[in-house]
Design a protein around this ligand. Structure first.
Ligand code: KIV
Length: 258
């Protein structure tokens, strides 16, 4: 197991794990070293490309964005989402995960699902590809409206079981997306590996958000998103000043000309 992954595991029950998304080098450079994990999430499909579903994100898109992100990452652990339909069976998963590992050289890949994918998780691990799991809302296979998970007893039992199986079959951590507060606590308390929550309360071992959401670049309203920045205002004011200076011929002055 790599030192970076060991450091993430050591944080369980000691300090919260911070994880954020990046889709390009510039954002990755800002995040690097300030967060424990940088995730190239397939959320880029909706956030950057305005797709109505992450199902449309291809392996090629994930690899290209991840290559850009990799250029900005030196310290944080880099995780790349395997997109929809790229890990339908062990053989396909290994071919595609190897492609990601070879072309991007991240520290791990992330897969959505529980019981259905445990053999794949174990197979990737056997081939020295570390896997982060993802339970709760699974955007790649979700049908219909998104609603939080853990309402019924059966759903709660299955989610806890899935989390235990992912751990047993080798996942080094699990993202819990939109899982009811007390269930997120139960899952986190029952695992040795860390849980990273998104919309799953403070009971998880860490938190992940889409960077564009938290800095106020993406303004899609989402219940669990708190806007920690107003980056749109900064961009707007820079553009307004640029426009004024161009019109008044203040820019580009001699200093900015050849
Ligand atoms: O795709 C993504 O960005 C994710 C996070 C929201 C966990 O999976």
């Amino acid at each position: 197991m790599s030192k970076k992954i060991l450091n993430i595991l050591k944080k369980k029950n000691k300090s919260k794990i911070i994880c954020l998304t990046a889709y390009s080098k510039n954002i990755a450079e800002i995040l690097d070293g300030k967060v424990d994990i940088i995730l190239v999430g397939d959320s880029l499909g909706s956030v950057l490309y305005n797709y109505d579903t992450t199902k449309k994100v291809s392996l090629k898109m994930m690899i290209e964005h991840s290559k850009s992100v990799k250029k900005g990452v030196k310290k944080s652990l880099l995780v790349v989402d395997m997109p929809h339909n790229t890990y339908r069976n062990k053989k396909q998963a290994l071919i595609n995960a190897k492609k990601i590992m070879l072309e991007v050289k991240p520290d791990a890949v992330k897969l959505e699902g529980g019981k259905k994918i445990i053999e794949i998780v174990a197979f990737l691990k056997k081939n020295r590809i570390p896997v982060m799991g993802h339970l709760g809302i699974l955007p790649q296979t979700q049908r219909g409206k998104f609603r939080y998970k853990g309402k019924s007893d059966v759903e709660r039992k299955n989610l806890l079981n899935d989390a235990k199986l992912l751990q047993e079959y080798g996942a080094f951590s699990i993202v819990l997306e939109c899982i009811e507060t007390s269930l997120a606590k139960k899952i986190s308390n029952n695992l040795k590996i860390p849980t990273i929550g998104i919309g799953s309360s403070w009971n998880c071992d860490g938190q992940v958000l889409v960077t564009d959401d938290l800095i106020g670049l993406n303004m899609t309203p989402i219940k669990f998103v708190k806007r920690f920045g107003k980056i749109r205002n900064n961009i707007k004011s820079a553009i307004t000043i640029f426009s004024k200076e161009v019109k008044s011929k203040k820019y580009p002055s001699k200093r900015y000309s050849y």
